[in-house]
Design a protein around this ligand. Structure first.
Ligand code: SF4
Length: 324
């Protein structure tokens, strides 16, 4: 890992307009991402964690500008890219690639693996395309025998390796990995995680790793941001989050998965009641107050600020100190 953020987002917002009914004139907004800030250093992995509807995937897509942000700023290597015209952004966009949860649907079933990986290379007018495709296949643990196959002739794990090889074809610096192992068998998951880790070591890649699986996140990440209804509730290093979680939501999430944490035995077990509220109609004040076992009156009235409980460990809660 080297110093200096590759990616920085400041107060990022993505709102989707919707109408409550077909005949309604009033446009309301679904606040999928609502004031998210973080940075990721070169060679670092930041995990975005949360339940379905927390806004983690929308955050990833908005950073890539697959969705245009509603507000806030995005910086890539110190350069503001939020409002960069499409043509100018295109060059930077090449350095940012996305890997999806379901590799099969991200690969064209009518194209051979050779052509899938060659496509971006042709756009870049790379010479000796077959040699370069073979090099890329080998860098993700595949070989020449896979080159002439089609996506449905290889396994799910191999399909994800092909998707990674195609992303690497344009020499990216930043990869958004959107649940890249959750559609795979457990044994294959570990292989893909190892591959991603080794590629990061070799090429100093920067990852935004989107996941709901805390054991995977603990294994792969350097830092973790816990999201709830479009906001980051807690952010810190993997040690700070897993060994000293401070936000009630983080604590409940950690207690709901079988991760050994001897310190937690001293604490009362917390249970997460009910479902995540609809982002169409989020609770006032602290968005977690409808499910939080520590909620007081102020929690529904005022949104909490971030409290820095240790270096770089931020928690969005009115009562952090009280709950220790
Ligand atoms: Fe719970 Fe209140 Fe803290 Fe929100 S601000 S997490 S409702 S105690």
């Amino acid at each position: 890992m080297t110093d200096g953020p590759l990616i920085r987002v400041e107060n990022l917002k993505k709102y989707f307009p919707f109408k409550e009914s077909l005949f309604s004139r009033k446009v309301k907004y679904l606040k999928a991402v609502d004031g998210v800030s973080f940075s990721i250093k070169k060679g670092e992995t930041l995990a975005l964690v949360g339940e379905t509807g927390s806004g983690k995937t929308t955050t990833g897509r908005t950073i890539m500008r697959l969705y245009e942000p509603t507000g806030g700023k995005i910086y890539f290597e110190g350069k503001k890219i939020t409002k960069l015209p499409k043509k100018k952004f295109q060059k930077i966009r090449m350095q940012m690639q996305m890997i999806y949860q379901d590799p099969y649907s991200s690969l064209n079933p009518r194209m051979s693996i050779l052509n899938i990986i060659a496509e971006p290379l042709r756009q870049l007018k790379v010479e000796n395309i077959e040699d370069r495709v073979l090099e890329l296949l080998e860098s993700v643990g595949l070989s020449k025998e896979h080159m002439y196959k089609y996506p449905d002739e290889i396994s799910g794990g191999q399909q994800q390796r092909v998707a990674i090889a195609r992303a690497l074809a344009v020499n990216p610096k930043f990869l958004v990995l959107d649940e890249p192992t959750s559609a795979l068998d457990v044994s294959v998951q570990a292989q893909i995680l190892n591959l991603l880790e080794n590629l990061q070591k070799d090429k100093n890649f920067t990852y935004l790793f989107i996941s709901h699986d805390l054991s995977v996140v603990r294994y792969i990440s350097h830092r973790v941001a816990i999201m709830y209804l479009g906001k980051v509730m807690e952010i810190g290093t993997v040690e700070q989050i897993f060994e000293n979680p401070q936000h009630p939501y983080t604590r409940i999430l950690l207690e709901s998965v079988p991760i050994p944490d001897p310190k937690d035995r001293r604490r009362k077990k917390l249970v997460l009641p009910g479902e995540i509220p609809s982002p169409l109609n989020p609770p006032s004040g602290c968005p977690f107050h409808t499910r939080c076992p520590f909620a007081k009156d102020i929690c529904s009235e005022k949104e909490p600020d971030y409290v820095e409980v240790e270096n770089g460990h931020l928690v969005k809660c009115h009562f952090v100190e009280v709950m220790k």
